[in-house]
Design a protein around this ligand. Structure first.
Ligand SMILES: [Zn+2]
Length: 114
């Protein structure tokens, strides 16, 4: 694998990691937070206030960061958002592994390729 495609793939992995943080913070983190708050003995009305106050700014920040980095390293178009400018069904932001415009990466480079 040449240097240029290595850089592109590195950027791609960074994008995937950013998206993973976003999904975890939005879906999993609130559940963990609720369990922790329950352990500390907070009642429902407190949990209903504390959880959104902590989770919302964090997921908003990560979501904006993700969209700011939403550039395909191969074709420079939106990776998660297609050229029509829509999220599609919204699920693609969470599950998309290939570019919405060019379909890269077509194959994962194996570790023994350098
Ligand atoms: Zn692309």
């Amino acid at each position: 694998m040449d240097n240029e495609s290595h850089d592109k793939f590195y950027y791609y992995l960074r994008l995937m990691r950013l998206r993973r943080y976003f999904v975890i913070m939005t879906l999993v983190f609130p559940l963990i937070l609720i369990v922790i708050l329950k352990i500390f003995g907070l009642n429902e009305s407190h949990v209903a206030i504390v959880v959104p106050v902590i989770v919302f700014p964090v997921s908003l920040f990560l979501g904006l960061k993700l969209l700011a980095n939403d550039t395909c390293p191969w074709c420079k178009a939106g990776f998660f958002i297609n050229s029509a400018g829509s999220f599609g069904d919204g699920v693609s932001l969470v599950f998309r592994k290939r570019c919405s415009s060019c379909g890269e990466p077509k194959e994962y480079p194996s570790k023994n390729q350098k």
